[in-house]
Design a protein around this ligand. Structure first.
Ligand code: NAP
Ligand code: GLV
Length: 308
């Protein structure tokens, strides 16, 4: 009987994982991370450096999220093994919902209305409508592609920036670093759904904001890795950015004394853009294990050469 060792969510979450795997993969044995030294499969979000490398029986690692940056930051992670990114159908759906919510929140002045409500102030103001707001999606992968479709359905004109062409219907595509200035120049609402790689470190910073039309809006639902938070706050103060929604930070949780919490043009969410339920994620892992046990290749896999 194959064994899956689980760290995601810590000991508090283990009983729930165990129940879900009992439901969808009764032939699989599950053990908690601290209670075994080796296993066939591992389900982790942020394993302690060296732990995975010390498991000689491991055949595959499952990231508990779509982004596996906290796994591959371990210099000793066993890179000869397949590393599966957590992408059940519901993950991209939830990200699309988050991005759609954040985009509508921004164009309708959601933060401003919340502050007015706190003060008991009846304040109406003009706002643009989706067809007037050109969205620019940085990253057209699993999350970005679904988000593009949902934003288009809301009426936003959508463009995307990626490394290779995608051919997504109705989405204007900008490919590679040379196309970035033109992509930014036509973008009123910039949405980051890039992976955390060396090429994307601190990409959301003053030099990039300066290339957007004045008063552009920003959503970052990818990683805190991508943004210089001080630059975001400065751009909001100067008016170069008119409003932003950030879901991700460095470090997380965002410290209570960080000025981002109280900025009047910034909405902070606590890294909740897309978190499929444990039941959904257990089913996804069980399906992937069945593929592996049948001699197939699971996926989508992290690609160590690309870095995502
Ligand atoms: P993905 O499938 O790997 O897609 C990444 C996209 O970024 C691809 O379109 C890729 O281009 C593009 N890209 C990568 N490097 C680039 C570069 N240097 N220049 C231009 N484009 C580049 O990733 P995903 O699953 O959609 O996830 C996207 C992000 O969301 C990740 O950072 C992930 O960690 C984050 N995430 C956050 C949450 C949350 O709750 N906040 C939940 C899930 C995921 P190609 O297609 O041409 O390769
Ligand atoms: C969440 O951040 C994920 O990567 O799925």
């Amino acid at each position: 009987m194959a064994t899956l060792i689980i760290k995601s969510g810590g000991r508090a979450a283990f009983a729930e994982w165990q129940q879900h795997f009992a439901d969808c993969a009764p032939g699989l044995r599950t053990v908690f991370w601290d209670d075994a030294q080796d296993a066939d499969y591992a389900l982790v979000w942020d394993p302690e450096p060296g732990r995975l490398a010390a498991m000689p029986g491991l055949r595959c690692v499952f990231g508990a999220g779509a982004g596996v940056d906290l796994i591959v930051r371990d210099p000793d992670w066993p890179r000869h093994l397949p590393l599966v990114r957590m992408t059940p159908t519901g993950a991209a759906q939830r990200m699309g919902e988050y991005v759609a919510w954040a985009a509508l929140h921004l164009i309708r002045g959601g933060r401003r209305m919340a502050l007015s409500q706190n003060d008991g102030r009846w304040e109406d103001f003009d706002h643009p409508s989706a067809p007037d707001v050109r969205v620019g999606l940085m990253g057209l992968g699993v999350m970005g592609t679904r988000a593009a479709g949902m934003l288009r359905a809301l009426g936003f004109p959508v463009a995307g920036w990626s490394r290779a062409p995608k051919g997504i219907e109705g989405v204007q595509e900008f490919i590679g670093p040379d196309a970035l200035p033109a992509f930014l120049a036509r973008t009123d609402l910039l949405i980051c759904l890039l992976p955390a790689t060396q090429a994307t470190r601190h990409i959301l910073a003053a030099p990039l904001f300066a290339q957007l039309p004045r008063g552009a809006m920003l959503i970052n639902a990818a990683r805190g890795w991508h943004q210089k938070l001080d630059d975001v706050l400065a751009a909001l103060d100067s008016g170069q950015l008119s409003a932003a929604v950030l879901d991700v930070f460095e470090p997380e949780p965002l410290p209570p004394d960080n000025p981002a919490w109280s900025h009047p043009r910034l909405t902070v969410t606590p890294h909740v853009a897309s978190l499929p339920s444990r039941a959904e994620r257990a089913r996804f892992v069980a399906e992937q294990i069945a593929v592996l046990e049948g001699g197939g290749v699971p996926g989508p896999l992290y690609d160590a050469v690309r870095g995502y």
